[in-house]
Design a protein around this ligand. Structure first.
Ligand SMILES: [Zn+2]
Length: 228
């Protein structure tokens, strides 16, 4: 359960979470969503919690400002594809054309975001399906279904039935990052956890996984800047 308190002017919304296990106050800004949350011990008073958040107002404003700004796709603007910047242009052909760092899309600018989303999703499905099938073969398992979503809190997931889910925004990350996330989820077909055995399995099919993990930690929020 979370209550929302407001700090300062203009107000910053802070989600107050009471936790059985929390021993102290901890204030954080979610990397992906920008939501500010304050975790407090179960019995802490709201007044003390508000006071704590107020004391951190300067820190909060500074860090909220540092967050990457939202970007609306426009013709002449750019987006990321495979970790590279691609310029958006108005094209005359019905299907999207990617050539020499320019992505041409048909139609008016009002339709651009939706077209772009469709294009990225299709591309993400092709890439992540191929990679998942390849890694599943490498560990001798089968995948059943792949779903693409626009998730905020995770890049992928895997069920015990072999259903994989990925964020289609991954197609904006470099190819090795896309491959790593596919390998990561596929390994959950064998190990439904993040144990040492699990990471050993990841390493056996994707030795360079640590670099790609770090890339996502550092740059993941950037992929959520674009408003499609
Ligand atoms: Zn995992």
């Amino acid at each position: 359960m979370s209550e929302i308190i407001q700090i300062g002017q203009p107000p910053i919304e802070v989600h107050l979470r009471r936790s059985q296990r929390a021993r102290r106050f901890s204030l954080r800004i979610s990397n992906s969503s920008g939501i500010v949350s304050l975790t407090v011990p179960k019995r802490a008073s709201a007044k003390v919690a508000i006071g704590f958040a107020q004391d951190q107002e300067v820190w909060l404003r500074r860090n909220l400002e540092k967050r990457p700004e939202q970007v609306m796709p426009v013709f002449g603007g750019s987006i990321l594809l495979d970790g590279r910047s691609v310029t958006l242009a108005q094209g005359s052909q019905r299907s999207p054309v990617l050539q020499d760092g320019v992505l041409s899309l048909y139609g008016h600018e009002e339709a651009l975001a939706a077209r772009l989303r469709g294009y990225l999703k299709t591309l993400a499905r092709e890439r992540l399906l191929a990679a998942s099938e390849q890694y599943a073969r490498a560990i001798g398992r089968d995948i059943s279904r792949i779903t693409l979503r626009d998730t905020r809190s995770r890049w992928g997931s895997c069920t015990s039935e072999g259903n994989l889910m990925f964020s289609w925004r991954l197609v904006m990350a470099p190819r090795p990052v896309q491959d790593y996330v596919a390998a990561h989820e596929v390994c959950h077909l064998i190990e439904m956890n993040h144990s040492a055995a699990y990471w050993q399995l990841v390493e056996s099919i994707y030795p360079d996984y640590q670099n790609q993990r770090n890339w996502l930690k550092t740059n993941g929020a950037m992929l959520h800047r674009y408003v499609f």
